[in-house]
Ligand binder design. Structure first.
Ligand SMILES: Cc1cc2nc3c(=O)[nH]c(=O)nc-3n(C[C@H](O)[C@H](O)[C@H](O)COP(=O)(O)OP(=O)(O)OC[C@H]3O[C@@H](n4cnc5c(N)ncnc54)[C@H](O)[C@@H]3O)c2cc1C
Length: 474
């Protein structure tokens, strides 16, 4: 591990000159900053919290930290699920949430320029008001766009529109040395050397701090219809997914969920929308499918074809949600999954794997059976359309140490199995602190060393977000 220094009172004075009125220490820092949404990966307060308003302030702060070898952790809204925005060595945290302006739309080029602290929800609503769509749609709407880009967030609409990466045209970045650079441009294609823009996307705050983003937007679809499709069991539901994709129905979203998690979520939100029993049969799993398009005829033709397809593939029925209220109700339970699990569970960890869509059922059966063997309660849901599964390990009885031991045993086997069938250890949440070990096992020594080499080029003193992705502290 590189050598770092403590933040001294003299350094704090320098930081206060670099970002006047935006530097906080001690009891002035809210305790939320010690963790993200998965505290099992560690909690630690930063020594200094900085809430800058400009690129220049961040640049000046980085110069001071680089010269004094102070670790720096960039932070958005702290909604991450892998411990990536936790300052594990203390030091300085740069919270970008106050840089929250939507700067400019350029509708001829269909792009929008934003600061990194703009909330996904705010951009989404602003676009909707203008008949536009920013397609990335991760479940947490109150994450920052800087955080979304830094984790290459995926979400519900990735199956049709792609992940965050597909919507980033350009960005302004402060390097760990304090230098300010622009990556990418307002163009729709490029073959201009290595893509430093793409290296930044998904780099989880380890290469530079994003201070401005240029994002692609598209015209909003005029018609949206969702289908709730109940099945007797998960296997039949999942086996239907490749059929829907191969029929070129091009769903906007294609999610799967097991009965238990729907029950939890509906208890949590206090509203029941999904059918639990049909024709005397207990529903075991569901697909939630959305279609969008320009005209009602186009969308309804897809809906009809999809209904026929799923019924012949074994669905018990199809419930069509074709008004904004019905669609909102259908998606409300899905949106509440993580919070519902959190509310009912003392200890929690998550496996965010991505596997080929033809292997989803096989992998989930394996995950459920091995979870039982490890004495862990398993709850799963995920983006069936792109093979991205969220498998939660839950316990209300175990002590934390014992829980961590069992989860480690479980993950060792599960991630190996995911890799063996052609998958990867994270579909959208990233590596952060929690998944470092499994990244190495999944992509191999040479690839991790290449990542570490890239990290050292951007960050020669290894001050930016130490202990994350390819640079472990332990
Ligand atoms: C209920 C819930 C549902 C979720 N659903 C999804 C989902 O469907 N899909 C999905 O992909 N994720 C999901 N997430 C995870 C999380 O919301 C995303 O990872 C999100 O992108 C994190 O954004 P944030 O602003 O909270 O970033 P943080 O958690 O603060 O930080 C995440 C990473 O980004 C870095 N970072 C933040 N801002 C900057 C910046 N300006 N410059 C450089 N680095 C920066 C941090 O250092 C850290 O490494 C969910 C989380 C919750 C709690």
């Amino acid at each position: 591990m590189a050598q770092y220094n403590q933040v001294t009172p003299e350094i704090i004075e320098q930081l206060k000159l670099a970002a006047p009125d935006h530097v906080f220490t001690g009891a002035d820092i809210n305790e939320d900053y010690m963790r993200d949404e998965m505290p099992i990966y560690g909690k630690k307060m930063p020594d200094v919290l900085i809430q800058p308003l400009t690129t220049e302030e961040i640049s000046a702060v980085m110069k001071i930290c680089n010269e004094n070898l102070i670790p720096v952790t960039p932070r958005g809204a702290g909604t991450g699920l892998v411990g990536a925005s936790v300052a594990m060595l203390g030091g300085v945290m740069i919270d970008t949430q106050k840089m929250n302006q939507i700067l400019e739309y350029d509708l001829d080029n269909m792009i929008v320029r934003v600061q990194p602290g703009v909330l996904l929800n705010d951009l989404a609503e602003d676009c909707t008001r203008q008949g536009l769509l920013y397609p990335p749609d991760p479940g947490e709407k109150f994450a920052c766009l800087g955080g979304n880009v830094s984790t290459n967030a995926g979400g519900m609409r990735a199956v049709k529109y792609g992940a965050t990466r597909d919507y980033v045209r350009a960005m302004k970045v402060v390097l760990p040395t304090g230098e300010v650079v622009d990556f990418g441009a307002q163009v729709s294609k490029t073959s201009t050397g290595y893509s430093l823009l793409n290296l930044m996307i998904g780099s989880e705050g380890t290469l530079g701090i994003i201070t401005e983003l240029t994002l692609k937007i598209i015209p909003a679809p005029k018609v949206v219809v969702s289908l709730v499709v109940p099945f007797l069991d998960l296997e039949t539901a999942i086996a239907t997914v490749p059929k829907i994709k191969n029929a070129q129905l091009d769903p906007q979203a294609l999610e799967f969920m097991e009965r238990e998690i729907v029950l939890s979520s509906e208890r949590f939100i206090g509203k029941s929308t999904f059918p639990k029993e049909m024709d005397g049969q207990e529903v075991g799993a569901y697909l939630l499918i959305t279609f969008d398009g320009k005209t009602e005829d186009e969308v309804m033709a897809k809906v009809e074809e999809c209904c026929e397809l799923v019924l012949s593939a074994g669905a018990i029925d199809v419930l069509v949600a074709d008004s904004p209220t019905k669609i909102r109700d259908a998606w409300a339970a899905r949106s509440g999954f993580l919070e519902a699990i959190e509310a009912e569970t003392k200890l929690l960890d998550e496996c965010d794997v991505v596997v080929p869509i033809t292997k989803i059922a096989e992998f989930l059966n394996f995950a459920n059976a091995y979870g039982k063997e490890c004495g862990l309660e398993i709850k799963s849901f995920g983006h069936a359309g792109d093979g991205n599964l969220h498998i939660y390990q839950c316990s209300n009885d175990l002590e934390e140490e014992e829980f961590k031991k069992r989860v480690d045993k479980y993950f060792n086997v599960l991630y190996k199995q995911a890799t063996a069938i052609g998958g990867l250890v994270s579909g959208e949440h990233g590596i952060g602190r929690g998944k470092i070990k499994y990244l190495r096992e999944c992509i191999g020594e040479t690839s991790v060393n290449l990542m570490y080499g890239i990290k050292k080029v951007f960050d020669p003193n290894l001050i930016l977000n130490p202990g994350k992705v390819c640079y472990p502290l332990e």
